[in-house]
Design a protein around this ligand. Structure first.
Ligand code: NDP
Length: 384
């Protein structure tokens, strides 16, 4: 039996890697839904290759062009706009790949848990902003959550739920990003071109900047807290510049289990696509005979404050996590647009944490409303 799949964020880095794996295993998967933000040409090309029943463009400005490009294929339904994106999440599939960038993925993700047997989550920002709400809803819906982020996927592979009480620590590895050994002064004035030049991973622009600021690791600490129901003080980060060990789970008997692999997102994505089995990938396998040295370093918290902020935010509550994420999304967009320097990302996030950390949220509406408020305040702060 072929697995039915929907890919949200098909035109992005994770979406493209997912489709690459599916293209190499055409007998195992049927793509039912593909969604994109704005990239009409690529979405049309993907639709012609994978023949889904439905393609959705979240930005309805490109609707006419997409219809034109697919006009010879009446069996592919074309829709556009935010509501169409949400409706697409109701289509029943065996697996939904959640690979939209940012908080924009929250609502489709929450809808997809009712129509998908399993959801593979790459899209970490919704977990940061609404992790408890999401995990509770997924459990209630009986939907299997498959962590796709390489660190969380690594933990998932060696995490023994039946021995959870014996787990003393989760240790996330961080490459350290392109500015790992830079001075504080140089980091503050780094350009977008320098920030997106990740030493090991090829990723979308926003997550690349997050990797440079170490905000990505901060988001991952919060993500790990929700995915594995681990207390904040049992989650640590170690810098591992080679990105070969993708994370560790430490047990009270002294065993430390890890998953290793080349820094290629196709490995964790393949794990999610084929779970609970395993599939071959087109990527290169890690050759342990060629590994010489693996390095591990402590995080320079004085230069890169986000991981410390993640722990403080988890202690402060959901309002702080929403502020951390929303302020960062706004700041990174402005940085990529060259409106602000790299150092301002930290200033904006810190200011929004000070302002919004005490805020309580109880429902999805509260989450969306606070996210909006933080975005507005971040924009105003930038324009001061
Ligand atoms: P990209 O920027 O490469 O792709 C993002 C995707 O989301 C694109 O398909 C884009 O469409 C779509 N999109 C963007 N905004 C919207 C919106 N408002 N509504 C609907 N769709 C939208 O990101 P990545 O693939 O790098 O990352 C995706 C998610 O996965 C992020 O949350 C990231 O943190 C996470 N992740 C990524 C990893 C990686 O290696 N890239 C690793 C681990 C996690 P379009 O391009 O057509 O506009």
């Amino acid at each position: 039996m072929k697995k039915t799949i929907s890919v949200f964020g098909a035109t992005g880095s994770i979406g493209r890697s997912t489709l690459d794996l599916i293209a190499h295993n055409p007998n195992d998967f049927t793509v039912r839904v593909l969604t994109a933000g704005k990239n009409v040409e690529l979405l049309a090309a993907q639709a012609l290759q994978f023949k889904p029943e439905l393609v959705v463009l979240a930005d309805d400005g490109g609707y006419e062009q997409l219809c034109d490009l697919l006009s010879a294929h009446k069996d592919i339904q074309v829709t556009a706009g935010r509501q169409a994106l949400l409706d697409a999440a109701d289509i029943e599939v065996d697996l939904c790949m959640a690979a939209i960038m940012g908080f924009a993925g929250l609502e489709p993700l929450l809808r997809s848990i009712h129509s998908s047997k399993a959801v593979a989550i790459a899209n970490k920002e919704p977990l940061v902003a609404a992790g408890s709400l999401f995990m509770e809803a997924a459990a209630k819906a009986g939907c299997q959550i498959l962590p796709t982020d390489s660190e969380h996927n690594a933990i998932f592979q060696v995490f023994e739920p039946e021995n959870k009480k014996s787990i003393s620590r989760l240790i996330l590895t961080a490459s350290g990003g392109p500015f790992r050994s830079w001075s504080h002064e140089d980091i503050l004035t780094a350009t977008p071109a320098q920030a997106v030049k990740h030493p090991n991973w090829s990723m979308g622009a926003k997550i690349s900047v997050d990797s440079a600021s170490l905000m990505n690791k901060a988001l991952e600490v919060i993500e790990a807290h929700h995915l594995f129901a681990m207390a904040e003080d049992k989650i640590d980060v170690v810098v591992h510049p080679e990105s070969i060990v993708h994370s560790f789970v430490e047990y009270q008997d002294g065993s430390v289990l890890a998953q290793l692999g080349a820094p290629d997102m196709r490995t964790p994505i393949a794990y999610c696509l084929s779970w609970p089995q395993r599939m071959a990938t087109s990527g290169e396998c890690l050759d342990v005979f060629k590994l010489s040295t693996l390095n591990f370093e402590v995080v320079r918290d004085d230069v890169f404050p986000p991981i410390k902020w993640a722990h403080e935010s988890l202690r402060a509550g959901q309002g702080a996590c929403i502020a951390l994420n929303a302020a960062n999304e706004v700041a990174v967009a402005h940085f990529l647009n060259k409106d602000i320097g790299f150092g301002r990302i930290y200033t904006i996030v810190e200011k929004m944490l000070e302002t919004f950390s005490g805020r309580e949220v109880y429902s999805l509406e509260d989450v969306i409303s606070l996210d909006k408020e933080v975005r507005m305040a971040s924009g105003n702060f930038i324009n001061l």
